[in-house]
Design a protein around this ligand. Structure first.
Ligand SMILES: [Zn+2]
Ligand SMILES: [Zn+2]
Length: 340
């Protein structure tokens, strides 16, 4: 079967790899769709603990093609989404039921072989049936699962005025989920008119076009909501935007750090401001065991959610998918390894 295989950062080829036999408890999937995201771009550049040889792809939809003897609950032809996280089960966090904080966490497509391939062998317990969900919608399950974790973290009070910074896949899904989970209204701020247009189609109440000049961004947000926003979610990971997020929050507001900043970056925050305005600054990191909820939730969303898939590539064109991530008109790029 063919797969994308990196030998070192920035260097990959499409390789024909030998099929391996199934171990007990495993299934073989024909990969139908794999989403490409910022994590893949980091891995492409050799960040995020990439190990070589490496096959990327952690947003995986597959069709069960072979089932190890004794595995129940699946038949050949079932379509599934794969939980990408692999947890040790032995550390203190795992034993406390907090898999996301596993001290030995690994993930398919990050530190383990991923799904940018024609086939993937995974433990059956990692597979979640998607029923009648179209593969083009099911491929959003992993990013949505991360957003569901963010919603759990926020535990947003009904009636919240919400601002989402960033209109990529994460920002769009965060806006949709906030709108459906108690927000009085949701404002999306971003630099791409195209992406803001999609946010409006998906139900954002207001959009704000911003430039990289943070003063102008804050001015636009303050003009839109003079008392500030009860919840500000940063889905950009950009330092100036994070600083703007804090300024744009209301008294008693919450700032959620969702976008991934580089580990050595620092922001400037006034402790007095946090004290006086009683701000809450919290993080939301990935997800664990939310894929099933994400699949269920995707089934409740209108088909327009499929507008998030803006680019589609064949396996041989993986490099074009990575390049597309930099486009102002790319929200979600996907790879279709087979012909369905
Ligand atoms: Zn991703
Ligand atoms: Zn663990």
């Amino acid at each position: 079967m063919r797969a994308v295989l990196y030998s070192e950062p920035l260097t990959y080829s499409i390789r024909d790899l030998a099929d391996r036999a199934l171990q007990p408890g495993e299934v073989r999937l024909a990969v139908l769709r794999v989403g490409v995201c910022g994590t893949d771009l980091h891995l492409h550049r050799g960040h995020f603990g990439a190990r070589y040889p490496h096959t990327p792809g952690h947003e995986i939809v597959g069709e069960v093609a072979e089932i190890a003897h004794g595995v129940g609950g699946f038949v050949v032809g079932d379509r599934v989404v794969v939980e990408d996280g692999v947890y040790c089960g032995m550390c203190g966090a795992c034993k406390a039921g907090k898999s996301l904080y596993c001290a030995n966490i690994r993930a398919l497509g990050v530190s383990l072989p991923g799904g940018t391939a024609e086939q993937l062998v995974v433990p059956a317990m990692k597979c979640y049936p998607v029923g009648p969900l179209e593969p083009d919608i099911a491929v959003l399950a992993e990013p949505l699962a991360c957003v569901i974790h963010a919603m759990d973290r926020l535990a947003m009070p009904p009636g919240a005025r919400v601002l989402v910074l960033g209109a990529g896949t994460a920002g769009q899904l965060l806006a949709v989920m906030a709108r459906r989970n108690g927000a009085a209204h949701v404002t999306v701020a971003g630099s791409s008119e195209f992406k803001l247009g999609i946010a409006q189609e998906l139900g954002a109440d207001r959009t704000i076009a911003i430039t990289r000049e943070p003063g102008a961004a804050l001015h636009a947000m303050t003009a839109a909501e003079p008392e500030g926003f009860d919840v500000v979610i940063d889905a950009t990971g950009a330092v100036p935007m994070l600083e703007t997020a804090i300024e744009a929050a209301s008294v008693g507001g919450t700032i959620l750090v969702y976008g991934v900043a580089e580990a050595d970056k620092r922001i400037s925050v006034s402790p007095f401001d946090i004290f006086k305005r009683e701000l809450t600054i919290m993080g939301s990191y990935a997800q664990a065991l939310n894929i099933g909820r994400a699949v269920t939730y995707l089934g409740t969303l209108p088909p327009t959610i499929g507008r998030l898939i803006t680019h589609r590539f064949r396996l041989a064109d993986y490099g074009l998918a990575i390049d597309a991530l930099g486009s102002s008109e790319c929200i979600k790029a996907i790879v279709v390894p087979g012909d369905r």
